[in-house]
Design a protein around this ligand. Structure first.
Ligand SMILES: Cc1ncc(CN)c(N)n1
Length: 219
């Protein structure tokens, strides 16, 4: 069993509260109010900036050259692929680059991103990867679970596009590679005594992901 599968099994309720959140369910049916998705898009830009910083920290925390290369590939995937698609999606919603650059940061964005960065700063690469796992692997799972969804309504195309982006081969292989890379790090750093602390990090990050959806809904 991969470390991710173990962490998920240990935190199933919180994991599903995140991956099956009503934001996700409404996005899949198309019932999600447009202002909720717009708020999500805006804050996710800020999230991706900090998430890139967390990957840069993973380069620094890497014990081996091969880990550095994995972290660098992840950083490039966010900055050159996920971020570009995100900015394009925002443009389709009338959110300009200038607006993105000057957005006020919501406390949910701040709480989540700083938690991940702080976990990486005080810990080793495995702590950081476990803090990043709900983000990378959760979106992959959400897109797979909703692969057959047919959103209806005025924002149907944007919601389908979002699902396709994370369900596509590129993102799915980023997620698969990340899970394998985490297992390789676990071979160096993991001990049974450490599992409870890692599970706590995973739990906290999963709950912060659910809060991020909720921030969109309450907008
Ligand atoms: C909040 C959040 N979590 C995860 C992802 C997917 N990388 C994202 N774009 N935004």
């Amino acid at each position: 069993m991969s470390l991710f599968e173990r962490l998920k099994a240990d935190n199933l309720d919180d994991w599903q509260a995140y991956t099956r959140h009503s934001f996700v369910k409404q996005l899949a049916t198309g019932e999600l109010p447009e202002h909720a998705f717009r708020t999500y898009l805006q804050q996710d830009y800020l999230f991706l900036i900090h998430f890139s910083r967390a990957y840069a920290l993973a380069v620094y925390k890497s014990p081996r050259l091969s880990d550095m290369r994995n972290a660098l590939e992840g950083l490039k995937a966010i900055m050159d692929v996920e971020m570009d698609l995100h900015v394009e999606l925002c443009a389709g919603w009338g959110i300009s680059r200038d607006e993105l650059e000057t957005l006020p940061e919501a406390s949910e964005t701040m709480a989540y991103t700083r938690f991940v960065l702080e976990t990486g700063l005080r810990g080793d690469l495995l702590d950081l990867q476990v803090a990043l796992a709900p983000c990378i692997l959760g979106y992959g799972e959400i897109a797979r679970e909703n692969a057959l969804a047919k959103p209806a309504g005025p924002a149907a195309d944007a919601y389908r596009r979002w699902l396709d982006e994370y369900g596509g081969n590129d993102y799915q292989s980023v997620a698969q590679d990340f899970s394998s890379w985490t297992d390789q790090t676990a071979e160096i750093y993991m001990t049974e005594a450490r599992f409870a602390a890692l599970s706590e990090i995973f739990n906290q990050a999963s709950r912060l992901e659910a809060d991020f959806w909720q921030m969109g809904l309450k907008a």
